[in-house]
Structures are given as structure tokens and as C-alpha cells.
Design a protein around this ligand. Structure first.
Ligand code: SF4
Length: 149
């Protein structure tokens, strides 16, 4: 990939969102992995974030999925659900603040799994509009549910 031409890679990924930017980032990422990390994908959040196109959320996903590191990627579902249920305080108003509170509050060995639990719960049950509280198994623990009753 580090030797790929822009037009070659673009042709392969053009059906996804933002293909222009992603093509540029992928080639830049591959070049930096070669030059700075001996051709191996680094496995710390800080090192990953030095690669083009890799932000904190992506770095947390990679390290937690590949190596089960206790890192929490906070996407829109994780952010919303954590605050609604009361897994984090209402003072946590940014993804980074939510990430830090979740990592502090969840047992270390469960953090990499909890990321998926929160995403799936947010996608299918605790949806942004009209959460399905009636069929939710978390009623007893959920601050939002207690408040709305
Ligand atoms: S009870 Fe409702 S608000 Fe609370 S977690 Fe379940 S779906 Fe979400």
C-alpha cells in the first residue's frame, strides 16, 4: 500500500464514505508504518495516533479488538448510552471525559468487551430517539428510566 498510486487505491475503496481522504490517509499511514515502525502496526494508542487518519477512537478500537487492551472507544452510541444509564456523571460532556470515566468505573478485564455491549445496546435497544425501555433489561439500573417513571 505504501507504493500504491492514489488512483489505484481509490478505485478499490471508492464505494465507502469519503474515499478521497481515506485514500490519502491509507497511503500516508502505510508509508509511516514502514518508515517509523519497521513495517509493523504499532499497538499503543499514542503511537497509532501519529499515523495519518488515525484518531483516538480508531486507536482505541484497534488496541482493544486486536490485543484486548483496556481501552474504550467512545462513538455516538457509547457516549449517549453511558450518560443516559448513569455509567458516567453528567459532568462528562466530551467523548474523552466519557472514555476516562468508563475506564475508571468498569473492571479492567471487561473494558474491551463493554465497548461492544454499549454499541450494540445503543444501536438496537437504547436508540437515540424512542429508546425501547419496555423491553430493556437494564431498567432497574438505569437513571433515565428511574427519572422518566
Ligand atoms: S431503560 Fe431505556 S433509557 Fe435505560 S438503558 Fe434501557 S432503553 Fe436505555
Amino acid at each position: 500500500m505504501s507504493r500504491a498510486k492514489t488512483e489505484d487505491l481509490f478505485g478499490l475503496i471508492k464505494s465507502i464514505s469519503y474515499p478521497n481522504n481515506k485514500t490519502k490517509h491509507l497511503i500516508g499511514m502505510a508509508r509511516k508504518v514502514l518508515s517509523d515502525f519497521d513495517g509493523k502496526i504499532p499497538m499503543t494508542v499514542e503511537q497509532l495516533m501519529t499515523l495519518p487518519g488515525v484518531g483516538r477512537k480508531t486507536a482505541n478500537v484497534i488496541t482493544s479488538v486486536v490485543e484486548k487492551q483496556p481501552n474504550m472507544a467512545v462513538d455516538t452510541h457509547v457516549f449517549r448510552v453511558s450518560r443516559r444509564i448513569g455509567l458516567v456523571s453528567q459532568k462528562a460532556t466530551t467523548p474523552l471525559a466519557v472514555e476516562k470515566e468508563l475506564v475508571k468505573n468498569i473492571p479492567e478485564e471487561l473494558v474491551h468487551k463493554a465497548h461492544h455491549w454499549l454499541i450494540l445496546h445503543g444501536r438496537y435497544i437504547c436508540t437515540a430517539r424512542n429508546p425501547k425501555c419496555r423491553e430493556c433489561g437494564l431498567q432497574a439500573a438505569c437513571l433515565y428510566f428511574q427519572r422518566e417513571q
